[in-house]
Design a protein. Structure first.
Length: 413
């Protein structure tokens, strides 16, 4: 194979990493280089952000160690049978790139994944070497996210957690049987075991309040996973149920959703076309409702048709339209849980309303000042000077509140 220069390797391996959405850098402990000889931090301003073609904001050096892979997952463009340009970084090359990019203020840290080369243990060991070198040899204080290889030795996974801020092992597909069919070398049970071990280590690292000696730091930003949407036929209701069980069973910080993109020379077992990107967006909105707004997965699914979220309106509005008997709510007396279910009201807006109404009775203009827009809120609330009358039950209310123009879907190719 022809020897590639570093720029060409970066072009290939950064492009190959774009399919993994689970690269947010939130939730870790704060560190900086003040008072030390190291470089980097997980706080502060001035970081330049890059944007992927589908609009995701990426402030990490997001690369694969290699896109060579001995696995043959049907949905993966880097599978062993795929005819794509291949490249491989050395450990030192990844370390140097991370440090140089940080010094130039391009990034705030590293997101490192990899194809499986030689064996799962060999690949995981190489990734751990990158993180260890950054932390120990260069005292790097920035953010590190390592993608776990579930089939690797548990001891390597534990080492990864000592150096990384966040770990993630992708569940890949909502249905286990689909993973077995489309990725025969992967085992859903092995993935779950790896995630379970990470959860136990994260909890051990927190220690008890009475512990005199604090346990070693272990993945302080927790773990995340990713589900590919639209590759296995699972409806949104099933996907949300799976996400709820992952949050509850493994203490995940985030479940990421990635709309399936047909790849060149793909298997006939895969759909020939991509799902609407809006479907991915609606799942993120529904996920947010479960995490911060007190909704359960069955509640959200109850407003869907055939288990699929409405693409025309957001999940909270869809639920409100399907449960009009619960509205309008009086913003001056309603409890926080019910206010969070009002379309157009976010967590910050609700908290401000509860704070303000201790001192004065809220009017419609007060609500308008506390929200980003009043149009979606107005049909579902009453205030001192406002009642929606028949607006709440209007037959065309969905049409009035739905966006006038559908967003344009972009492509990864």
């Amino acid at each position: 194979m022809a020897r590639l220069d570093l720029r060409k390797k970066l072009e290939i391996l950064a492009d190959a990493a774009k399919y993994d959405a689970s690269c947010a850098s939130s939730g870790t402990s704060k560190r900086n280089s003040v008072g030390g000889k190291g470089v980097g931090s997980t706080e502060g301003m001035g970081i330049c952000h890059a944007y992927t073609p589908d609009g995701r904001c990426v402030s990490l050096l997001k690369i694969l160690l290699t896109n060579f892979c001995i696995f043959d997952c049907a949905y993966c463009i880097n599978r062993t049978s795929s005819n794509v340009p291949r490249a491989r970084f050395s450990v030192q090359e990844v370390v140097d790139l991370t440090l140089n990019f940080y010094r130039r203020n391009y990034i705030e840290g590293l997101f490192l994944s990899s194809g499986i080369v030689k064996s799962s243990n060999h690949t995981m060991e190489e990734m751990v070497r990158v993180a260890r070198s950054l932390r120990e040899d260069h005292d790097f204080r920035g953010y590190i996210h390592l993608k776990l290889i579930p089939e690797a030795d548990p001891a390597l996974v534990e080492q990864a957690g000592l150096y990384a801020d966040r770990l993630s092992a992708n569940v890949e597909l909502p249905r286990d049987e689909a993973l077995e069919r489309l990725a025969p070398q992967k085992d859903a049970g092995v993935i779950k075991q790896a995630m379970g071990r990470v959860r136990l280590k994260v909890e051990e690292a927190k220690g008890g309040k009475k512990d005199r000696k604090r346990p070693p730091r272990f993945a302080p930003a927790g773990q995340s996973t990713q589900l590919i949407i639209g590759a296995d036929g699972a409806p949104d209701a099933e996907i949300l149920d799976r996400s709820a069980s992952l949050y509850g069973g493994y203490g995940l910080r985030r479940v990421y959703y990635s709309a399936f993109s047909p790849i060149p020379d793909s298997s006939s077992a895969l759909p020939p076309s991509k799902p609407p990107l809006m479907r991915e967006h609606r799942l993120y909105q529904a996920d947010w409702l479960m995490r911060f707004y007190g909704f359960s997965a069955p509640e959200i699914a109850s407003a869907s048709a055939d288990g699929m979220l409405d693409l025309a309106v957001d999940p909270k509005l869809a639920w409100a339209l399907a449960n009009r008997d619960k509205f309008p709510v009086d913003v001056n007396v309603a409890d926080r849980e019910m206010l969070l279910r009002v379309p157009g009201l976010g967590v910050k807006s609700v908290n401000r309303m509860i704070s303000v109404r201790r001192y004065r009775t809220l009017r419609l203009e007060d609500v308008q000042r506390l929200t980003h827009g009043i149009d979606k809120v107005r049909p579902f609330i009453t205030t001192l000077d406002w009642t929606p009358g028949g607006l709440t039950d209007a037959v065309d209310l969905k049409t009035r509140l739905a966006p006038a123009r559908a967003p344009e879907q972009l492509s990864l190719f």
